[in-house]
Design a binder for this molecule. Structure first.
Ligand code: SF4
Length: 475
């Protein structure tokens, strides 16, 4: 279950992270990164880089021509017997899904893993309307039993050990559950099978939407996605408008990039293509197919050249796996279902700087995410732009940072750009620092500067940088 957050305090969330989190997270991310590296090696770096460039170019082309491809996709879905609904924002999307559920007297809905339904807080809205919503991806099923959201966009429960999951199953399902992965999976499978058969509605997201044929593509490693989209009498797919790709040729490039980057597989176990409801009595499957196309701020991102490439993301999770911040704090610290570098750039634009202004600063700017991203999103450039938006404001939003911080940043900028002020300031600071320096370091600084020294000491101002530079240059 998840609500749409209205305010994210990353610093406070980090303080809640259990001390065991970094070890559990790094155990899993190391494995994924190792698998990915082996497959990239097998392919050869030149081929991999060419694939990345192709992926980047075709995603950029798709979002640059969204109006054309979305209209094409809509025509094809309708021609195939499906129904298309356009949702401007999260509220409209929830209302559309609730209306469909209401028309079919839905009491139980089964869901496959989808970050977009987390984004709009769908589970919470449906449960408030008296509809039971069951997550059926094993990881999502586990975190739902725990009353939490996903800790990772690909593997939602990877931070939990089999011992913890067994205890959870014993408590919530009332079964004798040994701490063995295979037995735990069997228990979940048995429970879920009954629910699939009883469900009135199946809900999924969509990794891609192929405009050429109006086909929804879902990429999973468990059979649950297929069950959600085929067993209940009605299927609703909620898909972001950014997920459209022109044709099947583009799709093959993206599928090669996605599975390798996500879990280090050549192809995931299930890649499912859905093009409307059955067309003849001989075909089986849901009698109704609804596609909900969600904007929810994506058009605004598209209009901002500096951040537009946020929409290229194929949600592979590789940037989470490589990120030093994510590896130390895990997913929950971000306060948003999509975590890590991709979550940071997405959430701070979707939720706005006032609600999520802390997130662009949850990065070391080391650039590892740029290097690993299969569609070459310049994540750190986007982060820098979003930091500037929070502090100074831009065409999209006004500044959200406290006035004192903005004043400090402006004063710092003036001091660094006027030579005499810089020289005078550095001389003054050298004298003023006296009471705080021990062995060349300041362990405790006063006021807002203490936020730095809470984590690490600050080096004392040791010398006149300009004089040192002149000496070093030999002039
Ligand atoms: S930003 Fe790139 S690496 Fe991160 S999830 Fe998206 S596609 Fe994958």
């Amino acid at each position: 279950m998840s609500h749409v957050p209205t305010s994210i305090d990353f610093r406070a969330n980090v303080r809640q992270v259990p001390s065991t989190m970094p070890v559990s997270v790094q155990k899993a991310t190391t494995k994924f990164l190792g698998n990915r590296a082996a497959l990239v090696d097998a392919l050869g770096n030149d081929v991999w880089q060419a694939l990345r460039q192709a992926g980047h170019d075709l995603r950029l082309h798709a979002i640059g021509n969204l109006d054309h491809y979305l209209e094409q996709a809509e025509r094809q879905v309708i021609a195939a017997g499906g129904q298309v609904h356009w949702a401007r924002d999260a509220e409209e999307a929830r209302r559309i899904v609730l209306d469909i559920a209401g028309k079919h007297h839905t009491r139980l809905a089964v869901k496959s893993k989808s970050m977009i339904t987390e984004e709009i807080g769908l589970n919470h809205a449906m449960e408030a309307a008296g509809i039971r919503v069951l997550e059926t991806d094993l990881g999502e099923y586990i975190v739902q039993l725990k009353g939490m959201g996903p800790a990772h966009i690909v593997v939602p429960a990877f931070h939990l050990s089999t011992v913890e999951i067994a205890a959870l199953f014993r408590e919530k399902l009332g079964v004798d559950a040994p701490a063995e992965a295979q037995k735990l999976t069997q228990i979940a499978r048995t429970k879920l099978r009954e629910e699939f058969l009883a469900a009135d509605l199946g809900i999924s997201g969509g990794n891609f939407l192929v405009a050429e044929t109006g086909t929804i593509v879902t990429v999973t490693n468990e059979g649950n996605g297929r069950m959600c989209c085929t067993v209940p009498p009605v299927h609703v797919a909620v898909v972001g408008i950014d997920k459209v790709v022109p044709d099947w040729e583009s799709l093959t490039v993206l599928l090669k990039l996605l599975a390798r980057s996500a879990t280090g597989q050549k192809l995931s176990c299930y890649t499912q293509f859905i093009s409307g409801p059955p067309r003849t009595d001989a075909e089986t499957g849901p009698k109704e197919f609804h596609l909900v196309l969600l904007d929810n701020g994506r058009s605004r991102i598209l209009q901002t050249p500096e951040t537009r490439e946020t929409l290229l993301c194929i949600r592979c999770g590789a940037c989470l796996n490589i990120c030093p911040v994510y590896n130390n704090v895990g997913g929950y610290a971000y306060g948003y279902p999509i975590s890590g570098p991709t979550g940071v750039i997405f959430a701070s634009q979707i939720l706005g700087a006032k609600a999520a202004g802390a997130l662009p600063f949850a990065s070391t700017l080391c650039g590892a995410c740029n290097d690993i991203c299969p569609v070459k999103i310049p994540i750190t450039d986007i982060l820098l732009h979003l930091r500037r938006r929070v502090v100074e404001g831009d065409d999209v939003e006004g500044a959200a940072a406290p006035y004192t911080l903005r004043l400090g940043a402006q004063m710092g900028s003036v001091a660094l750009s006027v030579t005499w002020l810089y020289v005078l300031g550095s001389k003054l600071l050298k004298r003023l620092q006296g009471p705080f320096v021990r062995d060349g370091w300041m362990a405790n600084l006063p006021g807002p500067l203490s936020r730095w020294t809470m984590a690490r000491p600050f080096p004392g101002f040791a010398a006149d940088f300009r004089r040192w530079w002149r000496r070093r240059a030999g002039c």
